[in-house]
Design a protein around this ligand. Structure first.
Ligand code: PEP
Ligand code: MN
Length: 348
């Protein structure tokens, strides 16, 4: 249920209303907008509460929300959420580009790729230290040492970092080294992991499960939000369909749909979404045109010899740099800003 206040309501009146709501043993979340404030009520609210709220001064309307996700929904939070990490604002109108290898392989590899990612104008370095592989005999990532290598490279080149965390036990160590924690497609419904991420304050990039509906996706985000971490971004990374030419089918419609159902930033992953290098550039541009707040793109200096199978979908550094140049021109046409000459981020 949400209560929509009048545009002239004072902070004192909102506090009184919240106090009244909490007497019913439910939670009240206040979302202040520029022309109205929404008070979201979470928990089993008695019909009596709805009735009382309707009569209270300062309240214009009370609406029942039947969706299984509340905190993730735009009804509860009409304005876009902006996640500010050291001045990089995700969801705030600036296109945010995360680039780098599928996996961290060595200090030299991640340092050189970080240099190229930075030189091309991106803001975030990606790289997996713990890799979710379909088979147990494939390369599983180099673990904590990889986190250290990536944190060093990020700091040296003025880039934020993002890495995947696969189990609740590794959340703290990944949060110690990386600025953003990634939940992979295979873990979208790992509820213990999501609950643990709700207890950290590190921003989380939640990837859509490859067979998940929008409602399941947003319900997974709700686990993190309900745990107390408001810094969640959604990532469309392709779904499984009957088509086998591409590795996955990048669901471009997910971008505007998620932006309308939710206030959370939406990031697109054209690398895993297609599995083919030659499709990364057009699908990156299409994602930006569809309203994505950012992209996560694989890039490798020697993709033919990458330690995961993802070399085939990794851009060469020159292709990555060219894509950034093109996006700088495209972004303003899509209501975004993107400046490839921006000063380095200072990483503490
Ligand atoms: C990745 O980003 O390298 C990855 C494994 O992604 P996904 O979970 O989308 O397959
Ligand atoms: Mn990958």
């Amino acid at each position: 249920m949400i209560a929509i206040t009048s545009s002239t309501i004072t902070d004192e009146r909102i506090a009184e209303i919240v106090h009244h709501i909490e007497k019913f043993g439910v939670q009240a979340h206040v979302s202040r907008g520029t022309d109205r404030t929404v008070i979201g009520i979470i928990g089993k609210a008695e019909p009596k509460l709805a009735e009382q709220l309707r009569q209270m001064s300062g309240i214009d309307n009370v609406i029942k929300i039947s969706k299984p996700y509340k905190l993730a929904s735009r009804d509860f939070h009409p304005e876009d959420s902006v996640i500010d990490i050291n001045g990089v604002k995700i969801g705030g109108g600036e296109l945010v580009i995360m680039g780098g290898p599928c996996a961290v392989e060595s200090p030299e590899q991640i340092d050189e790729i970080a240099r190229l990612v930075k030189a091309a104008g991106a803001q975030v370095l990606r790289g997996g230290a713990f890799k979710p592989r379909t088979g147990p005999y494939s390369f599983q990532g180099i673990g904590v040492e990889g986190l250290e290598m990536m944190a060093q490279a990020g700091k040296k080149h003025g880039l934020l970092t993002i890495t995947e965390v696969m189990t609740p036990e590794y959340v703290d160590v990944c949060a110690e080294y990386a600025d953003i924690l990634q939940v992979g497609t295979r873990n979208m419904q790992n509820f213990d992991l999501l609950r643990k991420l709700g207890q950290t304050n590190r921003p989380v990039l939640l990837k859509r499960g490859f067979s998940a509906t929008y409602e399941e996706f947003l319900s997974a985000a709700e686990y993190i939000l309900a745990g107390g971490n408001p810094n969640v971004m959604l990532c469309e990374r392709g779904i499984r369909t009957f088509e086998s030419y591409t590795r996955n089918t990048l669901d471009l419609a997910a971008i505007p749909v998620l932006k309308s159902l939710s206030h959370l930033p939406v990031i697109s992953d054209p690398s895993h979404g297609t599995g083919r290098r030659e499709l990364v550039e057009p699908m990156s541009k299409a994602s930006v045109a569809a309203g994505a707040d950012g992209l996560i793109v694989e890039m490798h200096t020697d993709p033919d010899n990458s330690m995961t199978g993802d070399g085939v979908q990794s851009l060469f550094p020159e292709q990555f740099a060219k894509l950034m140049q093109d996006l700088e021109k495209l972004a303003p046409l899509c209501g975004k800003t993107f400046d490839t000459k921006k000063e380095p981020v200072s990483i503490s």
